[in-house]
Design a protein around this ligand. Structure first.
Ligand SMILES: NC(=O)c1ccc[n+]([C@@H]2O[C@H](COP(=O)([O-])OP(=O)(O)OC[C@H]3O[C@@H](n4cnc5c(N)ncnc54)[C@H](OP(=O)(O)O)[C@@H]3O)[C@@H](O)[C@H]2O)c1
Length: 304
């Protein structure tokens, strides 16, 4: 479904666009500071000339002073302080507390909120425990379409040795089209198998490791917190791998399965689809061609 071939195409992705926008903003800020500096120099020279040659021509006129300093010196000093403040803003504040800093603060805040939600959930679960069998119902009752999206061989093979065992560009394009703009929930191993975060998607990674950290993903430790972390999002996707599909089976209400016609060496498998609980609502075939070594079907399953 996806893998190391994820960076196809030449379009600028949102991350690159953001970097270009930031670079543009920095250039604008520095140009503004330079203009200010030139104006300050010209203004100071004009004030000195005016004070020496124009104003003092009338010797009888009393020049106003404050604390023994002439007014035009005050003007230059105050202007200089404003210029220093401007430079401080450009080189220190806006550089150190720039977009990267904002992003980090935002992620910290999100993590804090998630921890609070989890603590509240623990309290609610303790005071009003639900029977084990009804836990999934609670999340499914929210108006969401939770979709598991996967590509699997005829024996449910998903991948081997941390990677995908086929290259199907049209399936990859479909995966990208369906998941773009949405939250994608995945296991730690699948997350680490990516070349980097997938553009324009919010990554939620499930791990048992309480110290696991990533600047590119929201880290959680169970499926329920992962589904709570999608917030108001109506169409989150569970994107694998094998362990996480198994966990997700009781929470999902839709499966987008690309059934690849072949058998493969694998160490991760998609769980069996229980046909008493799921029905196949559409299927579309894709044949073999020069870019696709295997034929495959796009199968859409919905919970009955
Ligand atoms: N064909 C496809 O559509 C497709 C899609 C996705 C992935 N894949 C392939 O699938 C393979 C990876 O699948 P996988 O099954 O090995 O790994 P995975 O499901 O991606 O991740 C497994 C990890 O998830 C965490 N985890 C699992 N159950 C948990 C639970 N109950 N609570 C908390 N954390 C839990 C653990 O992380 P920690 O070890 O950090 O605790 C575990 O090691 C790769 O080969 C990948 O390429 C294929």
């Amino acid at each position: 479904m996806f893998g190391s071939n994820k960076k196809v195409g030449t379009a600028i992705d949102p991350d690159q666009k953001e970097m270009i926008e930031n670079a543009r903003l920095r250039i604008k800020q520095k140009r503004g500071l330079f203009t200010h500096f030139v104006l300050f120099l010209l203004g100071s020279v004009a004030l000195i000339v005016a004070s020496q040659f124009l104003i003092k021509q009338d010797a009888t006129q009393e020049i106003p002073q404050l604390l023994g300093i002439e007014w035009w010196v005050w003007v230059i000093m105050i202007w200089f302080l404003i210029l220093v403040y401007h430079a401080f803003n450009v080189f220190i504040t806006k550089r150190i507390l720039g977009p990267e800093w904002e992003k980090r603060q935002y992620e910290k805040l999100v993590q804090k909120q998630l921890d609070k939600v989890k603590q509240l959930q623990v309290k609610v679960d303790k005071n009003h425990p639900l029977p084990e069998s009804r836990k999934a119902d609670k999340i499914l009752s929210a108006p969401k379409t939770i979709t598991m999206i996967a590509a699997a061989g005829e024996n449910n093979e998903l991948g081997n040795d941390g990677g995908i065992v086929w290259h199907l560009p049209d399936d990859f394009k479909r995966f990208k089209a369906l998941t773009s703009g949405h939250h994608i929930i995945m296991g730690r191993k699948t997350f680490e198998s990516l070349d980097g975060p997938l553009p324009n998607r919010t990554h939620i990674v499930i791990t048992r490791d309480k110290n696991y950290k990533s600047a590119d993903a929201i880290i959680v430790h169970d499926m329920e917190t992962a589904l709570a972390a999608v917030g108001a999002e109506k169409k989150p996707f569970i994107i694998g791998g094998g362990e996480i599909y198994k966990l997700g089976m009781s929470y999902a209400n839709k499966i987008e399965l690309t059934r690849v016609h072949g058998t493969f060496k694998a160490d991760a498998y998609f769980p069996a689809i229980d046909q008493s609980q799921w029905k196949l609502v559409s299927s579309e075939s894709h044949g073999i061609d020069e870019k696709h070594k295997y034929a495959f079907d796009y199968e859409t399953w919905e919970r009955v």
